[in-house]
Design a protein around this ligand. Structure first.
Ligand code: ADP
Length: 153
């Protein structure tokens, strides 16, 4: 029997945006299982708390059997190996993302050449959304419903 095609979708997701949601949903069409991996560094303070983010993402995809979420504190390739994932999914918005993603993907390939990084180009309607802009808006008390797929409560 063929083994399951498992992908991880790694990121900081601080916060998880509508852009991320769309990449996760489209990615889930390509694989048997998609694990959203929140890379977490205890020394780096998040703007949106980890536990709440996990809970909200779980609720968001509660009816989607292929999508789950976990946090991790190891190398992304190690996290993939630990979960039997042969694919890393990333989203691309523009050439700046491309430059950055290119070096990460090449470094990851050096570390573990059996893991393939797969890119999805954002839909234009989400291309302007970035976690850093959402963090900035949050700091100034703006309503985030245009950018985030769930309410903060
Ligand atoms: P990181 O901190 O690792 O860059 P992010 O949480 O910012 O992670 O993003 C995770 C992934 O989602 C990255 O591949 C990033 O390019 C992609 N991404 C972020 N925002 C969008 C968006 N609006 N549309 C598509 N992909 C996106």
């Amino acid at each position: 029997m063929e083994s399951k095609r498992i992908a991880i979708f790694p990121g900081s997701f601080d916060p998880f945006t509508k852009g991320h949601e769309e990449i996760a949903l489209r990615g889930a069409e390509l694989f048997d299982e998609l694990i959203i991996g929140i890379g977490y560094n205890t020394k780096k303070k998040r703007s949106f708390p980890l536990e709440k983010t996990i809970q909200k993402i779980e609720e968001l995809f509660a009816n989607h059997p292929k999508i789950s979420v976990q946090s991790y504190q190891v190398l992304t390739t190690t996290f993939a190996e630990e979960n039997g994932a042969k694919f890393i999914l990333r989203g691309l918005r523009n050439t700046i993302d491309m430059e950055y993603e290119n070096s990460i993907a090449q470094a990851n390939r050096k570390i573990n050449g059996t893991i393939e990084t797969v890119f999805l180009i954002t839909s234009p309607k989400f291309g302007h959304i970035s976690s850093s802009i959402v963090r900035e808006l949050h700091k100034f008390g703006q309503d985030l419903s245009l950018f985030m797929p769930y309410d903060l409560d």
